[in-house]
Design a protein around this ligand. Structure first.
Ligand code: GDP
Length: 446
C-alpha cells in the first residue's frame, strides 16, 4: 500500500522542482496526496481535515533548502506535524506512572479481544524486570469463561503473581480483595484486568465505572486494537467519556494496521498513547515513539531523513559563510538578516558565534536576550530595504527610513534602532576578528 503512495508522492516531487519559498500551489498539490495517504492509513476524516489545515498554514512561505524539492519539503513538514500531534509536544515516550503510595492500582479497560489480558501480563512483566516492582495481577472478568484462569496461567508463565480465584465473586469485590491482599503482602503494583464485551454497552460501562470508583486507580489504561482502526477510536472515546482514562495501550501494531488509529486516538481522546503491543509473545511490548508511528502513517522515512540532512547541511554552510565574512570584518544588513533568521531557527547564537574565536562570553550575554517577536520585526525591517540599502546602510537617510518603516509596519524609531544595532554588531565583528587573529598569533597557530 505504501508503495503506491510513494509512487504517487514521487510524482508530486517530479512536478514540483522549483526553488525558493513554498508557494500555496506547491503546498496544496503535495497536501492533496498527503490527505489521501492519511485517509488510507485510516485516520478519521475530521482529524485529517484539521491536520491538513494546520500543516498548510505553517508550510506556505517556508524556505525550500538546497538539494531538495518543494514536495519533499512538504513531506518533512507533514512528518514533523504528525510527530507533534502524536506526542503532544512531549519529547520522550510517556511511561506508566507509579508515582503514588504502594500498592499502586492500575486498571485495564477495553473491549473483549482487544488484548487486555495479554497486555496486563506484558506490563506486569516489564514493571518487574525493568523496575524491580512486585506486581499482583487480578482478573475481574467474571463473564467470559476461563478469563480468570487465563490471567493466572499468564502470571505463572512470567513468574508473577495473580490473585487466587474465588468462584462467583463479583468484580468490585475482587478488586477490593486484590488491593487488600497487595497491601498485606507488600506488593508495589496491583493490575486490575476488567471484563470486556464485544461492543460497548451500558452494563459494561457501569461495571467499569463501579470498579473505578471503588479502587481509584492511579492509571486507567485503555487497551485498543489498532487493527480495528476508527472503531477503536469510537470505543476509546466512549470509555474516556465514562472513566478518566490516563493512557492508551495500542495493540496489534505488528499487523498491517496502518497507524492511522494512533493519530485519531490521540487527537480525539487527548490521551497519550503509552505503549504498543507488537505481537502475541509476552515480550512484544514497546514504548510509544511518535516518530516511528509518524513514519508508519506517512511511509516516507527516507525522504524525511534526506530533508533533515539537507537542512542541516544548508544551515552549516550558511553559518560557515557568515563566520568567514565576520572574520574579515564584513557584515552588511543581508548578513544580519541571515543571522537573525538562523537565530529564530536555532533558538540561540551557538552555531554562528561558536565558530568565532574568543566569543564565548559575548555569546552568553546575547543569549537570553533574544525575543522572537523582536527578531521577526528586525527581519521585516531589513526585508523592506532595497538590495543596495542592505549592502550600504550609510545611504539610508530620512526619506528612505520613512519608506522602510512603512513597508515593515513599524515606527521610524525602530528602523533607527535596527541600524544602530547593525552598526554596533559590525563594529563588534571587526573587534572580534582582530582579537581572533591576535589570539591565534599568540597561540602560535597563525
Ligand atoms: P482480551 O479479551 O482483551 O483480554 O484479549 P486477549 O489478551 O485475550 O487477546 C486476544 C488475542 O489477541 C490473543 O490471542 C492475544 O495473543 C492476541 N494479542 C494481544 N495483543 C497482541 C498484539 O499486540 N499483537 C498480536 N499480534 N496479537 C495480540
Amino acid at each position: 500500500m505504501f508503495d503506491k503512495l510513494s509512487e504517487r508522492l514521487s510524482g508530486v516531487f517530479d512536478r514540483l522542482t522549483k526553488r525558493g519559498a513554498l508557494s500555496e500551489a506547491d503546498v496544496d498539490e503535495a497536501l492533496r496526496e498527503v490527505r489521501i495517504a492519511l485517509l488510507e492509513a485510516d485516520v478519521a476524516l475530521p482529524v485529517v481535515k484539521d491536520f491538513i489545515a494546520q500543516v498548510r498554514e505553517g508550510a506556505v512561505g517556508e524556505a525550500v533548502v538546497k538539494s531538495i524539492t518543494p514536495g519533499q519539503m512538504v513531506i518533512k513538514l507533514v512528518h514533523d506535524a504528525l510527530v507533534k500531534m502524536l506526542s503532544a509536544g512531549e519529547e520522550t515516550a510517556t511511561a506508566i506512572s507509579l508515582n503514588a503510595p504502594a500498592p499502586v492500582p492500575i486498571m485495564m479497560v477495553g473491549l473483549q479481544g482487544s488484548g487486555k489480558t495479554t497486555s496486563t501480563a506484558k506490563i506486569a512483566k516489564r514493571l518487574a524486570e525493568r523496575q524491580g516492582k512486585k506486581v499482583l495481577m487480578a482478573s475481574l472478568d467474571t463473564r467470559r469463561p476461563a478469563a480468570q484462569q487465563q490471567l493466572a496461567i499468564l502470571a505463572e508463565q512470567i513468574g508473577g503473581r495473580s490473585l487466587p480465584i474465588v468462584p462467583g465473586e463479583p468484580p468490585v469485590a475482587i478488586a477490593k480483595r486484590a488491593l487488600q491482599a497487595a497491601r498485606l503482602e507488600g506488593f508495589d503494583v496491583v493490575m486490575l484486568d476488567t471484563a470486556g464485551r464485544l461492543a460497548i454497552d451500558e452494563e459494561l460501562m457501569d461495571e467499569v465505572a463501579q470498579v473505578h470508583a471503588a479502587t481509584n486507580p492511579h492509571e486507567t489504561l485503555l487497551v485498543a486494537d489498532a487493527m480495528t482502526g476508527q472503531d477503536a477510536v469510537t470505543v476509546a472515546k466512549a470509555f474516556k467519556d465514562r472513566v478518566s482514562v490516563t493512557g492508551i495501550v495500542l495493540t496489534r501494531v505488528d499487523g498491517d494496521a496502518r497507524g492511522g488509529a494512533a493519530l485519531s486516538m490521540r487527537a480525539v481522546t487527548g490521551c497519550p498513547i503509552k505503549l504498543l503491543g507488537v505481537g502475541e509473545k509476552i515480550d512484544a511490548l514497546e514504548d510509544f515513539h511518535a516518530d516511528r508511528i509518524a513514519g508508519r502513517i506517512l511511509g516516507m522515512g527516507d525522504i524525511v531523513s534526506l530533508v533533515e540532512k539537507a537542512i542541516e547541511t544548508t544551515e552549516q554552510e550558511e553559518a560557515e559563510r557568515l563566520a568567514r565574512k565576520m572574520q574579515k570584518g564584513e557584515f552588511d544588513l543581508d548578513d544580519m538578516a541571515s543571522q537573525l533568521r538562523q537565530l529564530l531557527k536555532m533558538g540561540g547564537l551557538g552555531g554562528i558565534m561558536g565558530m568565532l574565536p574568543g566569543l564565548g562570553k559575548m555569546q552568553k550575554q546575547l543569549e537570553g536576550k533574544v525575543d522572537d517577536k523582536i527578531v521577526k520585526r528586525s527581519i521585516a525591517i531589513i526585508e523592506s530595504m532595497t538590495p543596495k540599502e542592505r549592502k550600504h546602510p550609510d545611504i539610508i537617510k530620512a526619506s528612505r527610513k520613512n519608506r522602510i518603516a512603512k513597508g515593515a509596519g513599524v515606527q521610524v524609531q525602530e528602523v533607527n534602532k535596527l541600524l544602530k544595532q547593525h552598526m554596533d554588531m559590525s563594529r563588534m565583528m571587526k573587534q572580534v576578528s582582530k582579537l581572533g587573529k591576535k589570539g591565534l598569533m599568540r597561540s602560535g597557530l597563525a
